[in-house]
Ligand binder design. Sequence first.
Ligand code: HEC
Ligand code: HEC
Length: 227
Amino acid sequence: MLVATALVCGLLLQSAHAAEAVADRVERVLRLRADTNHGRTLYSQYCANCHGATALGDAAGTVPSLAGQRPNYLLKQVADVLENDRSVPEMHQLMGRWQFEDPQSLRDVVSWLAELAPNPRPGVGSGTQVAEGTRIYQADCAGCHGRFGEGDNPSYVPALRGQHYSYLRRQMAALATGHRTGMDGEGRQRLGRISLTQLDAVADYISRLPSERDAVPDGNPFAPGAQ
Ligand code: HEC
Ligand code: HEC
């Protein structure tokens, strides 16, 4: 119930009904114990043809990297797609299959993805405005997404490191303009305040963040098992 309440509060921009349906689904799935081997099999069968064999997405940024993403965020995105609260036309048909109505399958596939190493070489931007991107990111975004872009699993905040520049840029624009909901008022306002050139600079900086294993010399405190 706590999970559901926290999630509904975080989703005020979404329609109340869809947000509740997403929260219910997420809560049911989180109660289950993951079988990552089953997750790997499902992933190879249903997701790898678009997201890639090790879930690194494509550098052109049409398809996102999913490797090493926070499990709660992955789960919420899949639930958003299932409840038609995030539009990913490529995935709607697939998500209608019985496997993804099954909470255990969802648990298994997101847990497997969360354990993979993040993409060490995502597509990057021009490299001309990285200093500006650093300044904006550390001032406006790091408070939620983490200094190294590692995200925050309990709060459903995605990791951004290891993600492709073009994908980041497109999602930032969609979130800022309300074409994609899900980010709360404050994050959206901060994104909305920055110009298109600055948006470019931030996306470029994020795509160059080292993978968390490089950034944290003493191991990986953000690993799924550590939360
Ligand atoms: C036909 C191609 C295709 C298939 C198959 C597919 N996806 Fe996707 N997926 C996409 C595209 C394209 C996007 C990005 C949509 C956008 O730009 O908003 C995406 C986005 C996502 C996201 C959101 C990522 C983020 O960072 O917000 C998740 C999670 C996801 N897919 C999981 C899966 C899983 C799990 C499977 C298999 C069960 C799967 N996808 C199968 C094409 C596909
Ligand atoms: C108040 C917290 C908060 C702040 C501040 C914030 N974000 Fe977010 N951001 C979120 C949450 C939560 C989501 C997930 C939205 C969802 O569930 O669809 C998100 C999603 C995103 C995504 C989509 C990731 C993906 O894989 O699809 C990007 C890109 C992003 N934020 C970039 C930024 C940038 C750049 C800034 C600073 C200008 C920023 N955010 C500030 C909380 C925040």
